[in-house]
Design a protein around this ligand. Sequence first.
Ligand SMILES: C[S@@+](CC[C@H](N)C(=O)[O-])C[C@H]1O[C@@H](n2cnc3c(N)ncnc32)[C@H](O)[C@@H]1O
Ligand code: SF4
Length: 367
Amino acid sequence: MRSLYIHIPFCEQKCYYCDFCSFVVGENDIECYIKKLCAEIVKKGTGESLKSVYIGGGTPSLLNNVQIVTILESTQKAFTINSECEISIECNPNSLTIDKLKAYKDGGINRISIGVQSLNDDILKAIGRVHTSLDVYKIADKIACYIPNFNFDVMIGLPNLTIEDLINTLEKLISFAPTHISMYSLILESGTPLYKRVKQKLVQLPNADYVVEQYDAGLNYLQSNGYDRYEISNFAKQGYQCKHNLQYWQCGEYYGAGLNAHSYIDGARYCNTNSLEEYLKGDFQPNYLEHLTQSEKIEECIMLAMRTACGLNTVNLKAQLGYDIIKEKSKEIDWLIKNKFIERQGDNLCICKDKFYVSNSIIEKLL
Ligand SMILES: C[S@@+](CC[C@H](N)C(=O)[O-])C[C@H]1O[C@@H](n2cnc3c(N)ncnc32)[C@H](O)[C@@H]1O
Ligand code: SF4
C-alpha cells in the first residue's frame, strides 16, 4: 500500500534555524495554492487505498477549516481512505484552536503532530519561534478529547539548552499523555539566520559531546516513561508508531503533492518545483526525475531500515531486491556483531540500543 504526503509551504514567521520549503505569504496566495494543490491531488489520484496521508509543512494549522476540508475532500475523491488509514497534520501551538481540532476530527484526521521544540520561553525566542510555552499549555490538554493520537516535536542541541531544560520540557509534555514524541537534534543549515549568527560568533551552539549527553538524558527519560525508541529521533507508546514515517523508513512507496513534495513510485523518485510562482502556473510536471539503479535501491533500503529499532529485514531485502546481505557482507556483519555494534533478531539486523549514536559509521560498513 502507498502513502500520500501533502505539503503546505506557509508559516507565520520563519524560524531562524529552518530551511524547509516554507514562506510567509498573504491569504490570497494561500487560496490560490489550495486550489492548485487540490487539482494536483485529484490528477494524481488512482482510487487505490492509502496506508497514510501526511499534511506537513510549513504550518498546515495556519489554514482555515474550509481549506483543510477541501484538501481532505479532494484526497477522498482521488484515493480510497479506509478506517485503517492514518491521517496526520502538523500544527504549531499558537495556530491550533478547539475549532480546528473539531474540524480535523470531523474531516477524518486521526493524528496530530505539534511542534513545541522547548518550553523554555527564552530559548523559543532565541530560535525565532512565534509561540510561547503558554500557547502550548493552553491547547495541550484539549487535544486528546478530539484526537487522542498525538505527537510533540522537541529539539536538542539548541543554543543555551541545558539537560535540566530538556527534562523539564519532556516532563511537562508527557503530563499531557501524548502517544508519540520526536526528539530532533538541531541541524545547522547553511543560509539560515542561525547559521549566520553562529558563524559571526553571536550565538554559540553546545558542543557535540554535550548534545550526545542531552540525547542520552532524553532517551532515558522517555524510555522510563514508556516511550519506546523505534527510530533514532522517534519514540512512541506501544502501538502508536507513526505509520507514515515507517513507510519512508521501510522503503515504501508514496505520492507527494504540493510545492517541493517528493514522490517515490515504481522505483522512480520525483520532486515538484520549489518555486511558488512556477507551481501556481504549472501543470504538475516534476522538475526532477531519477530512476534508482538496483544498487541505489539496496543502499537506500539498508540506510533507512538500519535507523529504525527493528532494523533491516534481511529476508525481505533478498526477496524484494535480490540482495543477500548476510552473504555479501558476511565479514563486516561478523565484525559488527562480535564488537556488539549490531545484533540479529530473527531475520533482522539491528543496531544495538547503546550504539545508535554511531549509527552512521555502522551503516557505512554495511553499504
Ligand atoms: C518542518 S517542521 C513543520 C512543523 C511546524 N511548522 C513546526 O515547526 O512546529 C517539523 C519539525 O522539523 C524540525 N526541524 C525543523 N528544522 C530543523 C533543523 N534545522 N534541525 C532539526 N530539526 C528541525 C522541528 O522539530 C519541527 O517541529
Ligand atoms: S514553523 Fe516549522 S516549518 Fe515554519 S519556519 Fe518554523 S520550523 Fe520551519
